[in-house]
Design a protein around this ligand. Sequence first.
Ligand code: PLP
Length: 247
Amino acid sequence: MDATLQRHADEIAAVIIEPLVQCAGGMRMYDPVYLELLRAACDRYEVHLIADEIAVGFGRTGRMFACDKAGIRPDLLCLSKGLTGGYLPLSVVMTSEDIYAAFYDEYVRLNAFLHSHSYTGNPLACAAARASLGIFRSDDVLARNVALATQMGSAALELQDHPHVAEVRQHGMIVAIEMVRDRANRMPYDWRERRGLRVYRHALTRGVLLRPIGDVVYFMPPYVISPDEIAYMGQVAREGIELATCD
Ligand SMILES: *Cc1c(COP(=O)(O)O)cnc(C)c1O
């Protein structure tokens, strides 16, 4: 990334990343130090950094925002999902004072960034967001999640040595279990075998909604999940993975 920025800085408008967890890409996780170095590189080459925290924002990785784990601030921050706790659709793009000020000008300078969405700031959605943010404060959700996250890790621990599991990885309230044909050389299953679908189908019969991405089974539960439910979710995932990898 550093080399790319160095070579192309003058033609790159911004770097956009999902901090710590690339979700739809297969729950791929990386260390906060990458964010630290990326922030430094973007500063060095004067390229804006955009953090898409739509999935990982609002406590999902343990801190309020994934960027907090690296102690960095993006120039633009995309938020949605957890903002309303999922009750109503609302999204937000936040930016630094510098970028805001660049477009804040006398009307006659025609400098304004005339861009918005239909239903931006919808009052019902905003009320849901305010209620959800209130719960973060009143119930100290982030502190409670520390124990839940530990338990989620334990629920997947047994799978760490499974012959068809390449890796169990976790950032806070996201645990991902990657199924492979051969653990030793990490050879994946042929995607057409749809092993993840087998896990999904088994879990449904047990009343658990697991929705793997390809062969990556993951837990990303709502924060109201109970310790008993986490244990049950882990048990069902183990059964499902056993069934999905037994031939
Ligand atoms: C869900 C999601 C999106 C899509 O957001 P929309 O507001 O539906 O366009 C983008 N990025 C991430 C990381 C997401 O999880």
